[in-house]
Design a protein around this ligand. Structure first.
Ligand code: SAJ
Length: 435
């Protein structure tokens, strides 16, 4: 793809989706990354313009591309929308929980009058079905697509380059947006469809994943009651795949755990239903029921505290990010748990990536004095740390006078039987066999 220095792109929203999109577009176009002028927003703008990423974890390739020497047209982060009127592509990459959809509509209604003829607006944020058609009904002749992002912290660049990309809209809008997306893709293909279908495809992808996780969580709760090991059952079901098709995802069960966090799975089932006419009626939605099961999981861990035979003094929560090896704590299950128990128990939280006033990165110090230890996130560090994996070393670090209880919320502890043999009260999601 030749360098198209005459084309200009504005990316609105410098978060986990907007930053990689802007940086990848800047390999081919002049790019402006627009971020609101809040205190954290201004800090992000400053860092990005210094060639630094505002993440506390390693995001492969992104830094290298941002700092690539010799790139003539680097991208500029800014708090003004002055670039909108000269841009050929404007992407929207803001957070879109149901409660903030009104802000999305206000934003598009503010920027559309500024757009030049022939410019295309691309909503990458996840939106309820019907959003693009509602915007087009207000703005006749607008070129607009929904090109949902499918990024995942920890592999932002890889996902954009190699996953297929849906572009939904009328054919003129899709063709206007296509070359921009083609320029940042490698192995992935562009799949075109109507805007409404793109909106459903994006929300349904995560809603279905949420249901799959809920199935595993529900089964894990059954296993705990039946005295069975969830993972023996999962392996047996996964093993039903046809020989030669062992990786058949239709047979693969997802993992149960301490809860489903992040910005995507926690909201997309609601977005999927949001656009429906309110007069439609079906039995209770499987998507919303799945949400309820997944939302229950941190509270299940609170219920497990009742198995502690004595008075609980100090609890150590291990892992605060919503998923392994990133600093993203949006909708963190640890935070849900913490907010329910704070003020009742003394609580310390460890996370190697999250930098905030709640978290420490000193595991020994967080364990010190704990009589209950709960693993919430499967960070790589915990898979090898003797402080997590070795019952004697953990007991020494906790140095508690009362009995020790360990709850593994992510199947992180490789040899739980050693903890049981050591006389530690051990509980784990889906491990009724260990009680
Ligand atoms: N989780 C489980 N069990 C599992 C998998 C995940 O409990 O088997 C939990 C995780 O612990 C986490 C939450 O679910 O708290 C979400 O994890 P995720 O792996 O689905 O990651 P997200 O939310 O960062 O990203 C998803 C991605 N979907 C997939 O990886 C299939 C990503 O592709 C989407 O682009 C992204 O949502 C999005 O932007 O919508």
């Amino acid at each position: 793809m030749p360098f198209e220095c005459d084309k200009i792109v504005s990316v609105i929203g410098m978060g986990y989706t907007g930053i990689p999109a802007a940086i990848l577009f800047s390999e081919n176009y002049v790019v402006f990354g627009i971020q609101r002028a809040t205190e954290t927003g201004m800090e992000k703008i400053k860092l990005l313009n210094e060639g630094k990423l505002p993440f506390n974890y390693n995001e492969p390739e992104l830094n290298e591309i941002l700092q690539k020497p010799g790139t003539k047209y680097k991208f500029t982060a800014t708090s003004t929308d002055a670039s909108i009127e000269i841009s050929d592509l404007i992407t929207i990459n803001i957070q879109t929980p149901v409660a903030k959809l009104i802000e999305l509509h206000k934003l598009v209604d503010n920027i559309i009058p500024l757009m030049k003829d022939g410019a295309v607006l691309s909503i990458e944020s996840t939106i309820p079905p019907g959003t693009v058609d509602a915007i087009k009904a207000r703005w006749a002749g607008l070129l607009i697509v929904h090109a949902p992002e499918r990024v995942n912290p920890g592999r932002l660049v890889w996902n954009i380059r190699n996953y297929d990309r849906i572009i939904g809209g009328d054919s003129e809008s899709v063709e206007a947006a296509r070359p921009f997306y083609q320029s940042i893709m490698d192995k992935g293909h562009i799949i075109t469809m109507k805007a409404i279908e793109a909106e459903i495809a994006k929300t349904a992808e995560n809603a279905v994943r949420d249901v799959q996780i809920a199935v595993s969580n529900q089964l894990a709760l059954y296993c705990e009651e039946y005295g069975a090991n969830f993972y023996t059952i999962k392996n047996a079901i996964d093993g039903l795949a046809v020989p030669g098709c062992e990786n058949d995802v239709r047979r693969a069960m997802l993992d149960p755990g301490a809860g489903v966090g992040g910005h995507c799975l926690t909201k997309d089932s609601y977005l999927l239903e949001y656009g429906l006419n309110k007069h439609v009626w079906w039995p209770h939605s499987i998507f919303i029921q799945a949400r309820e099961i997944n939302k229950f999981m941190p509270f299940h861990l609170i219920n497990l505290l009742k198995d502690y035979p004595d008075e609980i003094h100090n609890i150590a929560l291990i892992g605060y990010a919503y998923k392994p090896d990133v600093d993203d704590d949006r909708e963190s299950p640890t935070d849900v748990f913490y907010n329910r128990i704070k003020g009742i128990y003394n609580t310390k939280i460890h996370d190697p990536f999250c930098k905030n006033e709640l978290c420490s990165d000193n595991l020994t110090e967080v364990l010190s004095g704990a009589n209950v230890v709960i693993v919430f996130t499967a960070h790589s560090e915990y898979l090898t740390s003797p402080l997590v994996q070795d019952p004697e070393i953990m007991e020494d670090a906790c140095c508690s006078k009362s009995p020790l209880m360990v709850i593994d919320g992510r199947n992180v502890i490789k040899n739980p039987q050693r903890f049981v043999d050591e006389g530690i009260i051990f509980r784990a999601i889906g491990r009724g066999d260990l009680r």
